[in-house]
Write a protein that binds this ligand. Structure first.
Ligand SMILES: [Cu+2]
Length: 342
C-alpha cells in the first residue's frame, strides 16, 4: 500500500525513487501527439481551466472552471493526483510508491528569509536565476536540481529539441473558423521563490488550523466569492471571498513559488504535485464527520460541480474514462503519514 509521506521523512532511496519516476514520466513520449506522459498532465490541467462551468441563469459567474473556483476543486485534484501517482508507480514498478507531500505550513512558521532554503528545494531544485530574454524582459530559470537546465545550456539550440524531457509547455487556445486549436510552446522551468509582493510568505500552521475550524464544505454561490468563514473549499483554495481575506492557503503557495506555478500549466513544476498532495492531506484531516452527504451541490449546480457530474477531462469524451465528483469523493483519503516532529 502506498503511503504518502512528508518530503522531510523520505530516506535517500525514497527520494531518488520519486525523482527518477518523475523524470521517467517526463521522458516517456507518446508518438501520437509528441507529448510526454508528464506534459499530458500539464495540458489536461490547462484544458480543465479553459472549461468554463456556468450555472444556468447565473449570469454573475464567468470564471469558474472544471477544476477551480468551485465545489469540485478538491475532488478534481484528488483524482488528478491519484492518476499521477498510479503513473509514477507504473514507471517505478512499485505499487508502494506514494506521492510525497510538502508540508509548507512548517516552512511558513519559519522566518521569511529562511523559507526559500528549506528541504523541499534541496529535493527538486531551488529558485530561478535571472535571465534576460529581451528588452526589459527577465525570466527566472531553475538551473539546479533534477529538473533544472544549466544557464550555459540555454544558448545551445539542442536544449530546445522537443524530446528534451526537462522542457515545460505553455499552451494557447484559439478559435479559428469556429474550430478550437491548441498551440503548444516549449519553455523551461521557472521559479521566483518569495519574490511576489502579493505573497512574500508561505501560509502558517495557524492558518491551516483556522481553515480546519470552518464547518461547512461549501456555500452558494458556487464560486470564489463564497463566504470563507462558511466554505472550507473556498478557504483552502485561497480566494478572498465575500469577507475579502488576503490571498490564502493553496493560492498563496502558487504565487509564492511564482514562475511556472502561476499559469494554468502549473503542473509543469513538480512542486505542483507536492503542493497539491499537501492540500489533499489538509482536506483529509478536516472534519472527519464529513462525508458524501455533506457535499454540495447535490444537483443543479454549475456543470462539473454537482455531485454526479463527470469531471472534465474524465468525462468519457476528452478521455474515455469517466470520473464523477462522487467518484472523487469515493476515492477516500489517501494514507497519509504524519509529518516528522520538527
Ligand atoms: Cu489546479
Amino acid at each position: 500500500v502506498a503511503i504518502r509521506k512528508s518530503i522531510r521523512a523520505l530516506n535517500d532511496t525514497e527520494k531518488s525513487t520519486f525523482i527518477d519516476a518523475v523524470l521517467a514520466l517526463k521522458s516517456e513520449f507518446s508518438s501520437a501527439d509528441g507529448l510526454s506522459t508528464y506534459n499530458r498532465y500539464v495540458l489536461w490541467h490547462q484544458m480543465a481551466m479553459w472549461q468554463a462551468s456556468r450555472l444556468g441563469g447565473d449570469g454573475a459567474q464567468t470564471r469558474r472552471n472544471a477544476a477551480h473556483r468551485g465545489p469540485a476543486f478538491l475532488q478534481w485534484h484528488r483524482e488528478f493526483l491519484k492518476r499521477f501517482e498510479l503513473d509514477l508507480q507504473r514507471v517505478a514498478g512499485s505499487s508502494d510508491l506514494g506521492l510525497p507531500y510538502w508540508d509548507w505550513e512548517i516552512d511558513g512558521d519559519k522566518p521569511v528569509d529562511q523559507q526559500p532554503s528549506q528541504p523541499v528545494w534541496d529535493l527538486i531544485g531551488g529558485s530561478g536565476v535571472a535571465v534576460n530574454i529581451g528588452p526589459g524582459q527577465v525570466i527566472f530559470v531553475v538551473a539546479d536540481g533534477p529538473f533544472g537546465i544549466p544557464i550555459s545550456d540555454l544558448s545551445n539550440p539542442d536544449t530546445f529539441n522537443p524530446t528534451n524531457p526537462l522542457l515545460t509547455i505553455t499552451a494557447r487556445e484559439q478559435v479559428v473558423n469556429g474550430q478550437v486549436r491548441i498551440s503548444l510552446f516549449r519553455s523551461v522551468l521557472m521559479r521566483q521563490l518569495g519574490q511576489d509582493t502579493d505573497s512574500p510568505a508561505l501560509p502558517t500552521s495557524q492558518e491551516v488550523k483556522d481553515a480546519w475550524a470552518v464547518e461547512a464544505y461549501v456555500q452558494h454561490p458556487w464560486n470564489e466569492s463564497a463566504d470563507n468563514t462558511r466554505s472550507f473549499r473556498n478557504r483552502v483554495e485561497g480566494w478572498p471571498g465575500s469577507t475579502n481575506m488576503p490571498i490564502g492557503l493553496h493560492n498563496r503557495v502558487h504565487v509564492w513559488i511564482g514562475g511556472s506555478m502561476g499559469p494554468g500549466t502549473s503542473p509543469n513544476d513538480p512542486a505542483f504535485f507536492l503542493h497539491h498532495c499537501n492540500v489533499d492531506r489538509i482536506w483529509s484531516l478536516w472534519n472527519p464527520q464529513n462525508n458524501n452527504a455533506a457535499y454540495e451541490p447535490q444537483i443543479g449546480g454549475p456543470f462539473g460541480h454537482s455531485i454526479n457530474d463527470p469531471m472534465y477531462p474524465w468525462d468519457g469524451q476528452a478521455l474515455p474514462e469517466v470520473a464523477t465528483v462522487a467518484a472523487g469523493l469515493e476515492l477516500g483519503d489517501a494514507e497519509y503519514e504524519s509529518p516528522p516532529s520538527a
